[in-house]
Design a binder for this molecule. Structure first.
Ligand code: NAD
Ligand code: RM4
Length: 254
C-alpha cells in the first residue's frame, strides 16, 4: 500500500496508460479523480466501476484538457469531493500520425494545445492547490521516448513530449521549496488506442519489437508501477528525474 488514502488525480484515464495507472494507484490505496474526452462514456464508467471494485472512490469528468478553464475546474471538483489532492498525473495526449511536409495547421495546433498547453495548465492548477494546502505533493507527467528521438509521422507530437519533459524539470525547481516533487516517465512503444492504426503496419511493428531488448512492446500496466513509485514516499528524494519505461528500446543502438 504505497499510496494509502492519497487523493490521486490523473488526466485521460478512461483507457490505455491512464486507466492502468488509475487502477494501479487504487490497488495501492488511493482514491481517484480522472478526466477523459475522446473515448466513450461507457469506458469511463467501466474504469470508475473497476476502481470501486478495488474498494476505492472514483470520480470521472468529461472535459477537454486543451481548454485552459478545464484545469481549475478539475482540481475544484476533486477538492470539493475529497477535501484535498496529493498526487497529480498529466497523462492525456493525442498523436494523429501525419507526414511533415503537408501537416495541416489545425492538426499541429490541436496536438500542441492538448499535449503541451493542456499539461501546463493542469500542472499549474494542481500545484496551486498543493501550495495552498501546504504539505507538498507529487506531480508526474507522461512524456515519451519521443522526447529524446524523432518520428517521421510525429513532427507535431515529439516536440510536445520534449516540452512536457522540460516542464517537469523547470517545475521541479519552481516547486521544490513547496516540497512538491515533479518527475517525468518516458514510455516506449506501448500497445494502446493511440497507435492501433500505426502498428497495424506489421513491418513497422516488427521493426519496433526488434529494437526492444526485453523482446516485446509494452502494455499499459507496465507504466503503473513506475508512476506509483514516483508518486509514493519511496521516491521522496526524487525530483526533476526522467524515467524511461521502454523495455530498453532507447539504448539499443547495436
Ligand atoms: P490512449 O489513446 O489509449 O488514451 C488517451 C487518454 O487521453 C484517453 O483516456 C482519452 O480520453 C484522453 N484524452 C485524449 N484527448 C483528450 C483531451 N483533449 N482532453 C482530455 N482527455 C483526453 O493513449 P495512451 O497510449 O494511453 O496515451 C496516454 C499518454 O501516454 C499520452 O500522453 C501519450 O502521448 C503517452 N505515450 C504513449 C505511448 C504509447 O506507445 N502508447 C508512448 C509514449 C507516451
Ligand atoms: C509514443 C511513441 C510510440 C508511439 C506513441 C503514439 O510516444 O512514439 O512509438 O506509438 O507515442
Amino acid at each position: 500500500m504505497l499510496l494509502k488514502d492519497k487523493m490521486f488525480l490523473i488526466t485521460g484515464a478512461s483507457v490505455g496508460i491512464g486507466r492502468a495507472t488509475a487502477l494501479g494507484a487504487a490497488r495501492h490505496g488511493a482514491d481517484i479523480a480522472f478526466t477523459y474526452f475522446d473515448s466513450t462514456d461507457e469506458k469511463a464508467k467501466d474504469t470508475v466501476t473497476a476502481i470501486n471494485a478495488l474498494g476505492r472512490r472514483a470520480i470521472a469528468l468529461k472535459q477537454d484538457v486543451a481548454d485552459p478553464d478545464s484545469a481549475p475546474a478539475f482540481v475544484k471538483k476533486a477538492v470539493d469531493t475529497y477535501g484535498r489532492i496529493d498526487v497529480f498525473v498529466s497523462n492525456a495526449g493525442i498523436c494523429p500520425f501525419h507526414a511533415f511536409l503537408d501537416m495541416p495547421r489545425e492538426t499541429l495546433e490541436r496536438t500542441m494545445r492538448v499535449n503541451l498547453h493542456g499539461a501546463y495548465y493542469m500542472v499549474q492548477a494542481a500545484a496551486n492547490q498543493m501550495v495552498a494546502q501546504g504539505h507538498g505533493g507529487a506531480i508526474i507527467a507522461v512524456s515519451s521516448i519521443s522526447a529524446l528521438v524523432g518520428g517521421e509521422y510525429q513532427t507535431h507530437y515529439t516536440p510536445t513530449k520534449a516540452g512536457v519533459l522540460s516542464l517537469m524539470q523547470s517545475t521541479a525547481i519552481a516547486l521544490g521549496p513547496h516540497k512538491i516533487r515533479c518527475n517525468a516517465v518516458l514510455p516506449g512503444a506501448i500497445l494502446t488506442d493511440i497507435n492501433k492504426d500505426d502498428l497495424s503496419d506489421l513491418k513497422k511493428r516488427a521493426h519496433l519489437e526488434s529494437r526492444v531488448p526485453l523482446g516485446r512492446l509494452g502494455e499499459p500496466d507496465d507504466l503503473a508501477g513506475p508512476i506509483v513509485f514516483l508518486a509514493s514516499d519511496l521516491a521522496r528524494y526524487v525530483t526533476g528525474a526522467a524515467l524511461l519505461v521502454d523495455g530498453g528500446m532507447f539504448v539499443n543502438l547495436q
